[in-house]
Design a protein around this ligand. Structure first.
Ligand SMILES: *Cc1c(COP(=O)(O)O)cnc(C)c1O
Length: 472
């Protein structure tokens, strides 16, 4: 299809589909019920030799793609973490797709570079980071964390590892807690530190990083001849949303001159609420910070906000300047290709701009407060019900619990809860996922989907209770 009038016709049809989708999304099974291979086998072995009609493609989208989708935008999605979207964000994504600009340097789209700089400054104020820090949009928190670890490596080695490689250098150590996200381990591997140099410290009763254990492990490593390099603290761990004690960890990193990266992928959004600012008490001691507006700030994936204290260190680590990318403005403007790993970049600031303007800070705050209130409601329900057990504190939007009828062995509890989760998810009415808390199988009730309201949360809780009664 190469005809602009046809494009207009189908663009309108697609918009109608989008609206119908949002209207009907509650009627689809939240978690796709297809089996492995079901979807793959629906498509021909060979690509079409000649072009097909858009009507046919769209019909196949309805019949073959939708049934194989898990509906993250369903208000009954309570699994993993939210992958937020919102109407203003989708509108911006349509325009971004239309412009289809490569925003690698300022000259390849000045508006994209300057709006990104402005949006990072808005976000920085919204979440209360130090005014002197600077921000850049990365695709994911995983990439931002990798960038942070590589910057730590380069700054400490005086940019020599970039030149010479690792051989002959000290054995660096990176410290995390046992609850830290798997992306840190991936980053440690990719950055060349070696997984055996990732030190997993103990957590306290509430599953947050134990600073005493951190100090002890650093001391041990120093005695053994290692070079402690960096610590990653988490605000809102993936399993239970535990919040690491940033001030105490920061004091240790300062005392030993270590790099400190803060992974607030999910929980960073809650910092727009003054009542959650306690989480970044001590942030001035950190070096880098990442959070994902694409998780819990109503902005489509991908949009990860990465903030750094030392912009020069970031640029010195990643800067490249081949002849074909030389411009007269270099050095006077932000060329974001030098602020991270990929060269090519989408215009991602546009959706943030649409979202923040359309809802306003107070609108965003109200939506987050409602999610947090509903999480508090579920926590109370779990605590009130003698056949359920709360498995972790609830500092944010995720309630960890299990079904726990009287006189049941641990082994039997694991089996019962696995069954409960499976039956609930198979009903198609809601979708939950699990974790293990101190080794025990635990169901997570995450409340953060853009369209989730009180009735969805109450219905989902009733569903869990009803299904649990049918198990015994
Ligand atoms: C989701 C999450 C990540 C990974 O985020 P991506 O953007 O998918 O890389 C990392 N850390 C924490 C704490 C998370 O919740």
């Amino acid at each position: 299809m190469n005809d602009l009038d046809k494009f207009r016709e189908y663009a309108h049809k697609v918009v109608d589909r989008m609206v119908d989708y949002y209207r009907n999304v509650e009627n689809y099974p939240v978690k796709s019920l297809v089996a492995p291979g079901d979807i793959y086998d629906l498509f021909p072995e060979l690509p079409p030799a000649t072009g097909e009609e858009m009507d046919e493609i769209l019909r196949d989208f309805d019949e073959k793609i939708i049934p194989g989708m898990t509906h993250w935008q369903s208000p009954n999605f309570f699994a993993y973490f939210p992958a937020n979207s919102s109407y203003p964000s989708v509108l911006a994504e349509m325009l971004t797709a239309t412009l289809a600009a490569q925003c690698m340097i300022w000259e390849t789209s000045p508006a994209a570079a300057e709006l990104e700089e402005k949006m990072m400054n808005w976000l920085k104020q919204m979440i209360g980071l130090p005014a002197a820090w600077e921000g850049v949009i990365q695709d994911t928190a995983s990439t931002a964390t990798l960038a942070s670890l590589i910057t730590a490596r380069e700054k400490r080695s005086e940019y020599r590892i970039n030149e010479e490689g690792f051989s002959g250098h000290e054995r660096f150590r990176i410290y995390v807690s046992t609850e830290t996200h798997s992306s840190i381990e991936k980053g440690v591997k990719i950055a060349g530190f070696g997984r055996s140099n990732l030190v997993k410290c103990k957590v306290r009763e509430d599953l947050s990083f134990d600073p005493e254990d951190l100090r002890a492990r650093i001391e041990e490593d120093l005695k053994a001849g290692y070079t402690p390099l960096a610590v990653v603290a988490t605000l809102g761990t993936t399993s239970t949303t535990a919040v690491d004690p940033l001030r105490e960890i920061g004091e240790i990193t300062r005392a030993y001159d270590l790099w400190l990266h803060v992974d607030a992928a999910l929980a960073g959004s809650a910092l727009i609420l003054p009542e959650y600012r306690w989480m970044i008490d001590g942030i001035e001691q950190a070096d880098t910070f990442v959070f994902n507006p694409h998780k819990w700030l109503f902005t489509n994936f991908d949009c990860s906000a990465y903030f750094v204290k030392d912009r020069e260190a970031l640029l010195r680590t990643f800067e490249i300047l081949p002849e074909y990318l030389k411009t007269s403005t270099h050095g006077h403007v932000n060329d974001y290709r030098d602020w991270g790993i990929p060269l090519g970049r989408r215009f991602r600031a546009l959706k943030l701009w649409f979202v923040i303007r359309s809802f306003g800070v107070s609108g965003l705050q109200a939506m987050l407060r409602e999610h947090l209130r509903l999480a508090g409601f579920i926590r109370d329900e779990v605590e009130k019900d003698p056949s359920f057990e709360l498995m972790a504190p609830v500092p944010l939007n995720t309630v960890c619990f299990r079904y726990h009828p009287e006189n049941t062995t641990e082994e039997e509890l694991d089996r019962l809860n696995t069954l409960l989760l499976d039956k609930v998810n198979r009903s198609g009415k809601a979708y939950f996922t699990h974790t293990r808390v101190k080794g025990k199988y635990t169901i997570r009730f995450m409340i953060g989907q853009t369209h989730t309201r009180e009735k969805h949360v109450k219905n989902a809780w009733e569903l869990i209770r009803t299904v649990s009664r049918s198990l015994s």
